[in-house]
Ligand binder design. Structure first.
Ligand code: ATP
Ligand code: MG
Length: 281
């Protein structure tokens, strides 16, 4: 299999799995702040949805940027991912449709509630697969589930790692980018031993790339030599349309449909879903 695309190990593994599910559950994670996790969750999600895949973004960041960036603002008394983590609501019952076809959000609460739930989860001696159980119950309803993780490796991220088939790590084209990846690899090793034996960092995505700059090309070359085909061929350029779109409460695909940012996320969606077709429902 060498047509230049990353090996579709995820989809083939899932297709062959016991329950025959080809749903892919990805944690979008890096403990470094501001590298493009939320931007990737929203716009890769939107691009997969545009290809016809039924896509769910789970907002696991107390900042709630993935929810608000798609125009989802749960009222104070509405159930959210915080209630799912408490095992008081099913995932189904909190999912909100966005204005974009095939794209749905499991919102984070506004305010401090998710941070409070995380603090409660720390009291568990062994992390319970709260989110995994919630996802397993609805897994077959979705083609892709993307979890937008906070920039910390606390219990919310651990919950995502227990539920994930794999991690997608956005890597900002900056110095020290690869150091953050070494820390993430360490955590993944520990999670594999104790909580999720098949977890891996399956995908690396270069973000905020300024192709003409020496630093960007150096980081890119270093990442590609370290991780090979796990790095998406398309990288995400620095593009102001990507930064504007959340204030318009929609993805860049709708905000600026022919912008470089929109085109790049469409390319990544094609690479990720290569060889798959949306299930007929
Ligand atoms: P946090 O760790 O705080 O959750 P994050 O990793 O989710 O951050 P984002 O919120 O996606 O990062 O991005 C950080 C900032 O950079 C945001 O203001 C976003 O709009 C902007 N941004 C992200 N990607 C790009 C890009 N490719 N071009 C221009 N701006 C971008
Ligand atoms: Mg974020």
């Amino acid at each position: 299999y060498d047509d230049g695309y990353p090996t579709p190990l995820l989809s083939s593994r899932k297709e062959n799995s016991m329950n025959g599910s080809d749903t892919v559950v990805l944690a979008i994670s890096l403990q470094k702040g501001g590298v493009g996790k939320t931007t990737t969750a929203i716009n890769l999600g939107a691009a997969l949805a545009e290809l016809g895949f039924r896509t769910l973004i789970i907002d696991l960041d107390p900042q709630g940027n993935a929810s608000s960036g798609l125009g989802i603002h749960p009222p104070d008394d509405a159930p959210t991912i915080a209630d799912v983590l408490r095992r008081e609501e099913t995932l189904d019952s909190i999912v909100e449709p966005t204005a974009e076809k095939n794209l749905f959000v499991a919102p984070a609460p506004t305010g401090q509630m998710l941070a409070e739930v995380e603090a409660q989860l720390v009291a568990e001696m062994f992390p319970q697969p709260r989110l995994k159980d919630a996802i397993d119950a609805v897994r077959d309803d979705w083609d892709y589930i993307l979890m937008d993780c906070p920039p910390t490796l606390g219990r919310l991220t651990v919950n995502a790692f227990m539920a994930a088939d794999a991690i997608l790590a956005p890597v900002q084209c900056q110095y020290f980018a690869l150091e953050g990846l070494r820390d993430l690899s360490e955590v993944v090793k520990q999670v594999r031993q104790a909580l999720n034996p098949t977890l891996e960092i399956a995908h690396y995505l270069l973000t905020m790339s300024e192709g003409s700059k020496k630093l960007s090309s150096e980081v890119e070359a270093e990442l590609r030599s370290a991780y090979g085909k796990k790095v998406f061929r398309s990288s995400i350029p620095y593009n102001v349309k990507l930064a504007e779109a959340p204030s318009m409460e929609r993805s860049v695909l709708k905000h600026a449909t022919t912008s470089k940012g929109a085109l790049a996320y469409r390319d990544v969606a094609k690479e990720l879903s290569h060889g798959r077709t949306p299930r007929i429902r």
